[in-house]
Design a protein. Structure first.
Length: 239
């Protein structure tokens, strides 16, 4: 039963959640930046001491990243940074395209021209970035900002929630792709995003989906090439 007694803990709950979110964000950034390596064990007490907090927020932060797929918990061993394999990359890309396909269909039906202006503004930032020296981290963040906004303006809440839930994995995979293809933003990415927005402004669903598929296909080719190389390497080891 609620009372007027402010010592019942109600006022501390938002602070606890905020601290948990902060811990999750710090761990997320460390994983995406490569400071925490795949298969590295995460010890709650060590993290809590380094971040000068209690174990509760650390435990909650780790649970958040478990839900995002960046951390995996192994029975009787603890929490570890996820090791994403090439088949995981393929699953991430295919699910991402399915979500963004639905987002485009809904956005074309429901989004306003002003909302498309927001997408165009992000593309202009890409154009500006491409004319200067830029980090692949910044290019990746701007790319994901575009696609997150696409899901947002679709008005499809569950598409946005699903995209957000795997955004950490998407960012990791996109960053790896950009590190392998450092000129991607300059050579192809600006054009692809420009064409997607142009088709959406025309309310041309078929063309917008075609442009999205072209954008995603380059990543499929990259993953497929690496999968074949991995399979060949494994075959050579067995000879």
């Amino acid at each position: 039963m609620l009372t007027n007694d402010r010592s019942d803990g109600l006022l501390t709950a938002p602070l606890q959640r905020t601290l948990s979110d902060y811990v999750a964000d710090q761990l997320r950034q460390a994983i995406l930046a490569g400071q925490l390596k795949p298969n590295e064990r995460l010890v709650e007490q060590e993290i809590a001491e380094r971040m000068q907090t209690s174990r509760g927020p650390v435990r909650d932060g780790i649970k958040t990243l478990e839900a995002e797929g960046l951390i995996v918990r192994q029975p009787h061993r603890g929490a570890f940074v996820s090791q994403l394999h090439l088949h995981d990359f393929l699953e991430i890309y295919t699910l991402r395209e399915a979500l963004e396909t639905l987002a485009i269909r809904w956005a074309i039906q429901k989004a306003s021209d002003q909302q498309f202006d927001v997408l165009s503004g992000i593309v202009r930032k890409m154009e500006s970035m491409a004319q200067h020296n830029y980090s692949q981290v910044d290019a990746t963040d701007l790319d994901l900002d575009f696609h997150h906004t696409l899901c947002q303006i679709s008005g499809h809440t569950r598409v946005l929630n699903a995209w957000d839930s795997m955004s950490g994995q998407i960012r990791l995979v996109v960053l790896k792709h950009r590190l392998t293809h450092p000129d991607d933003l300059r050579v192809r990415s600006v054009l692809w995003h420009t064409q997607i927005v142009a088709a959406m402004r025309m309310r041309d669903t078929e063309k917008a989906l075609k442009e999205l598929h072209v954008h995603m296909a380059a990543s499929y080719e990259w993953v497929d090439m690496m999968l074949k190389a991995e399979q060949q390497a494994n075959a050579d080891l067995q000879v």
